[in-house]
Structures are given as C-alpha cells and as structure tokens.
Design a protein around this ligand. Structure first.
Ligand code: IMP
Ligand code: MG
Length: 180
C-alpha cells in the first residue's frame, strides 16, 4: 500500500457493486421518463462516468462547477457558480450527482438554486455520505455508501487536488500531503 494511505475503506469491487445497484434503481424509478444527470465537478466526474453506463433508460448529462464561500476549512453553504449548466432544465427530471455529502450545505443551496429553474423534479445522488457531519437536513435519494467521519480520497475525491485517480477509496494518512 502506498505510504500516504492509512487504510483502504472501500475497494474498487465494492464501488462497482454500489454503482450497479444505484444505476438499476434509478433506471427502475424513472422508467418511461428522460432524465438529466448533473455532475457536480470536479469530484463526481468518475462516479458520473461509471453511473451513466449502468443506466438503461434515456439519459442526458450536463456539468456544473460550484465553490462554496467559506474560511477554508468550513463551508458557509453559499454557493458560487463557477460553471453553469449548458442545458435548460425546465420540465426535466434532474438528478444531481455528487461525490460526497458532508455538512450538506453545498447541496442544499445547489438544490434550491436549480429548483428556481422549474424542473419536473430534482433528486440527489451521492457516491458517499458522512451522515455524522450533517449541519442541515438534506434529503438524499440515492446513496452509494455511508462512511464514518474520516477524510477519504480516491474515486474522484481529492486532498488538495491530488489522489482523485485512485480506484479504491482510502483514508488518507496523517502525512498524506507530504508523500505524493
Ligand atoms: P458539504 O456537504 O457542503 O460540507 O461539502 C461537501 C464537499 O466537501 C464535497 O463535495 C467534497 O468536495 C468535500 N469533501 C467533504 N468530505 C470530503 C472527504 O472526506 N474527502 C474529500 N472531499 C471531501
Ligand atoms: Mg465536491
């Protein structure tokens, strides 16, 4: 194991099973409808790419990039749009695809923002969830895996821009930032 990794928390095989399960569920829940999956960049790019390939109904994709105003370590939940959607979501069945939900502040704000554009519905789908860290109540429709309050990297998730490419999800070691 690489020295910057403390422990593998979720293996790529487990991730594959979890993505399959969610893809099947979404395909069932939205049968007869056309969905638009909104990938929240950058963390969700790998999850989104895997997930669309498990969807068996018509699906469109779009991308959004947001940043939360905050003091570095804590988010205020006020979201600034860095890159907006290309599509008009009016009347569409939107599913927001996130990498991980922590405080829930970012997603709460993002959902409220997209709701003002009159979609047919908005659902939230996240690869990972840290329920212990929640500061606001946010309804999450699809959850890949609940995790304990640990900082994880891999499968799109980063620490300071690194480790997104790792296929497994791991807990970063204490010296993770120094041992690339
Ligand atoms: P929140 O739910 O508004 O607190 O923000 C969630 C965002 O924080 C995610 O989209 C990630 O970008 C980041 N984040 C939270 N926990 C982790 C983690 O364990 N590893 C990597 N990024 C994280
Ligand atoms: Mg993110």
């Amino acid at each position: 194991m690489a020295k910057y990794i403390k422990e593998i928390l979720i293996s790529k095989e487990q991730i594959h099973d979890m993505v399959k399960r969610i893809g099947l569920q979404i395909s069932k829940d939205y049968e007869g409808k056309e969905i638009l999956m909104v990938c929240v960049l950058r963390g969700a790019f790998i999850f989104m790419a895997d997930l669309v390939r498990e969807i068996t109904i018509p699906v469109q994709v779009d991308f959004m990039s947001v940043s939360s105003y905050g003091n570095g370590t804590s988010t205020s939940g006020v979201v600034r749009i860095l890159r907006d959607l290309d599509s008009d979501i009016t009347g569409k069945y939107v599913i927001i695809i996130e990498d991980i939900i922590d405080s829930g502040l970012t997603l709460n704000h993002l959902k409220a923002l997209l709701a003002t554009r009159n979609p047919a519905s908005i659902a939230i789908c996240t690869a990972f969830d840290k329920p212990d860290r929640r500061k606001v109540d946010v309804h999450v429709d699809y959850i890949g895996c609940k995790i304990p309050d640990e900082f994880i990297v891999g499968y799109g998730l980063d620490f300071d821009g690194n480790y997104r490419h790792l296929a497994d999800v791991s807990i970063l070691g204490d010296d993770g930032g120094d041992n690339l």
